[in-house]
Design a protein around this ligand. Structure first.
Ligand SMILES: Cc1cc2nc3c(=O)[nH]c(=O)nc-3n(C[C@H](O)[C@H](O)[C@H](O)COP(=O)(O)OP(=O)(O)OC[C@H]3O[C@@H](n4cnc5c(N)ncnc54)[C@H](O)[C@@H]3O)c2cc1C
Length: 380
């Protein structure tokens, strides 16, 4: 489904990217949930690296990753396979701080490996006692000659069980310093002080873990005390793309709904002949196009270098993730009993999309960003 790529926000190369990815998905991806998400994720990263798609996730010379390409890639992958989208997205989020704030040496060491699929990346901000309230993280960082030592815990870390490199946020100042006392670090996945304290099983299986840091060696990333800014700017870069993943899930749900409704017998016709079903289909299509427009606008503005794109990005993430949930729910409802049966694609989509309204800024946080930006503009 590449129609949206004809909109003026996109260029011919974006359509080519979507077509190449669709072809790659057809050839490489088996449309079923993996029984071993760690192994499946590793394999997907390797394959995407080999095919060259992971280059989109990292800085190219001095240029940050392009948001439109990331969004197109995520919408395309999510439509086919949730874990493939996850594997792609985490290479970007996990290395994003290195792309944006790393030294030339740090970029040279990690970005080529992330882009080739030789290193799996993770982003570790959340802690058991600090999620949305990220300025309150407690993990400690202590200087030790020319490196740093980290102690504490991180929870809900995507790729936590398989990461080769992690961007970790820890406290170099006191608790009273709040956001100003946080710094960003690079940690190697094979550090002996780093361990998986708990594998976290969520409704859609992904490699997810609570991690224990016991004297882990870390390298400062960016300027000491700038960690909160590093964390937020990295999330800002990828925020629109979370909406794009939701868009991919919602589009797949509509595909499945159309396929089912036009085949399923109801009275003398099919489910699709029924006016109530048609109303649902119309609502689904409308929600999807509105999300796509918000995503395209936000991504285009960000790529043009709009200094403050927070409101547009928050709107795109909020609308696309909330609406995807509704669209998928309508598709499940339309499928009847089959919709809640394991193995049905819409059942998988129903579980797969749920976390998107929670991570990288819950829907409530996006509303706060939008409202604060509005109030600021109006001098409040
Ligand atoms: C599948 C998955 C993958 C994840 N991957 C990562 C990862 O790779 N790296 C990482 O660092 N973290 C990751 N997270 C953690 C995620 O970012 C946090 O779960 C999220 O920030 C919310 O934090 P919390 O769970 O502590 O909820 P809390 O912060 O306790 O919030 C609970 C709920 O309160 C509401 N809320 C929060 N703030 C406000 C507010 N200001 N106003 C009104 N209501 C509010 C929201 O509904 C929120 O869901 C992941 C989470 C999931 C589920």
């Amino acid at each position: 489904m590449t129609d949206w790529l004809d909109w003026p926000f996109f260029e011919p190369r974006h359509r080519e990217l979507a077509e190449r990815l669709e072809q790659w998905c057809r050839e490489t991806i088996h449309d079923a949930e993996a029984s071993d998400p760690d192994a499946a994720c590793r394999a997907l990263v390797r394959e995407m690296g080999k095919a060259g798609f992971l280059k989109l996730c990292v800085a190219d010379g001095g240029k940050a990753p392009e948001v439109r390409s990331l969004a197109i890639a995520r919408a395309t992958l999510a439509r086919v396979h949730g874990l493939a989208d996850f594997a792609f997205a985490m290479q970007g989020l996990g290395s994003g701080a290195v792309s944006l704030f790393g030294s030339e040496e740090q970029k040279a060491e990690w970005l080529p490996k992330v882009a080739s699929g030789d290193a799996i990346a993770a982003y570790a901000l959340t802690e058991p006692e600090a999620g949305s309230d990220a300025a309150n993280i407690a993990m400690s960082a202590r200087r030790d000659s020319d490196s740093w030592v980290l102690n504490g815990e991180k929870s809900y870390i995507s790729n936590g069980t398989i990461a080769d490199v992690l961007t970790v946020f820890a406290r170099t100042g006191s608790a009273e310093d709040g956001a100003r006392g946080i710094s960003a670090f690079i940690v190697r996945g094979d550090d002996t002080g780093l361990s998986v304290a708990e594998r976290i099983e969520v409704i859609a299986p992904h490699p997810l873990a609570r991690l224990r840091f016991d004297g882990v060696r870390a390298e400062l990333l960016g300027i000491e005390g700038d960690g909160f800014k590093v964390a937020m700017q990295t999330l800002n870069l990828f925020r629109v793309t979370v909406g794009a993943a939701a868009l991919g899930f919602a589009r797949r749900a509509l595909d499945e709904a159309l396929k089912f409704a036009t085949k399923r017998k109801l009275g003398n016709g099919t489910l699709a002949d029924n006016a109530v079903t048609q109303e649902k289909l119309a609502e689904m299509a409308l929600a999807i196009d509105a999300s796509a427009l918000l995503i395209a606008r936000a991504a285009w503005q960000q790529d043009r270098g709009k200094a403050d794109n927070r409101r547009a990005a928050a709107m795109a993430k909020l609308h696309a993730t909330d609406e995807a949930q509704k669209v998928i729910d309508m598709a499940v409802q339309m499928h009847g009993g089959l919709g809640v049966t394991k193995g049905a694609k819409v059942e998988e989509l129903y579980r797969e999309t749920r976390s998107l309204r929670i991570y990288e800024g819950a829907s409530e946080v996006q509303k706060m960003i939008i409202a604060r930006d509005l109030l600021k503009e109006h001098g409040a």
